[in-house]
Design a protein around this ligand. Sequence first.
Ligand SMILES: Cc1cc2nc3c(=O)[nH]c(=O)nc-3n(C[C@H](O)[C@H](O)[C@H](O)COP(=O)(O)O)c2cc1C
Length: 363
Amino acid sequence: MSTPLAFQPARFGALALRNRIVMAPMTRRMAGEDGLATEAIRAYYARRARHEVGLIVSEGTGIDSLHAYDTLSVPRFETAAQHAAWRAVVEAVHAEGGAFAPQLWHCGRMSADPIGPSPGEVAARGDRPARAVRAMEADDFAQVLAAYASAAAAARAIGCDALEVHGAHGYLLDSFLSPATNQRSDAYGGSFSARMRFPLEVARAVRAAVGPDFPVIYRFSQWQLADYAEVKWRTPDELGAWVNALKDAGVDLLHVSTRDATAPGFPDAGPKTLAGWARELSGLPVIAVGKVSVTLTMDRAYGEERDVVRDPGPALALLERGEADLLAVGRALIANPDWVQVVRDRDWRELRAFDAGQLAALV
Ligand SMILES: Cc1cc2nc3c(=O)[nH]c(=O)nc-3n(C[C@H](O)[C@H](O)[C@H](O)COP(=O)(O)O)c2cc1C
């Protein structure tokens, strides 16, 4: 049997990968003092590279010290010392033959000091009380654009292979897209195209900061943490307007965050996945993600239920079917640093099941 596409090398512009398996960005909240990526973080990513993950997208890393992160345990990407700590991670991943992209994160409404498009309240979550959101003003827009641009320039300067803009899940950029959180009546709110405006300004600022050839990935999602059922793009036409606007803003790859990579993107329009639609409508390469070799969706992963390993075959087949170019694996790569080798060379039934208890340590 020939090697599945997922395990074959690929090149997307300047991004050359030994295979098409991506480690999905996963927050671990284990930064050292002053937001530094530690030696344990370096070893954690290097281990996945040693076991042949093609591209590692880091956990979300906070791009400014005012509103971008939610706790001090999130590693940050703002100061020279923080960049140097990430450089050591990049070098360790390269030494193992892998490629590395930091995920540049601005928490916005969900930060320790919430800002967003409109005033509001963020509901209490876990041990965190409810918090008031301050609506962004002109200075805030300029500050966020500058923070994204300088983080992007730093990603390039420290030798990253690409960068990912975190535009998903209800954080700052996503909160502009959603009418539930964006009630502005100026140029940044109201119509769908006005709601896209700020995320696209960020994409353009990032592109300008890294120059024409550095690979820029943009991650977006239909859902958000506060509303798993949210639908931002009701039709393929709406999705098409969004993904083509990202393309025009200089984005090279789309990371389409779904809870199940194989689920139909628009159930009324046939079985094509959201990644498949994004790829077809934009012509850009896409990363698909969601429930690869795990059974529970993200919203149920932390409850009482136990996950069960399932066949990654249908998700791997998305690449053969032309619905995705890369496949990101999240929880299963926490449980199995050697996921690529087990699935490619042995038998997926040998995978360990994911269990939220595995998040307690960086292994
Ligand atoms: C512990 C954990 C932390 C996560 N943190 C992030 C994050 O920092 N940024 C992000 O875009 N997605 C984050 N996600 C979502 C994952 O990237 C991925 O989309 C999701 O886990 C679905 O993939 P899976 O079913 O293979 O786990 C996180 C998921 C988990 C389980």
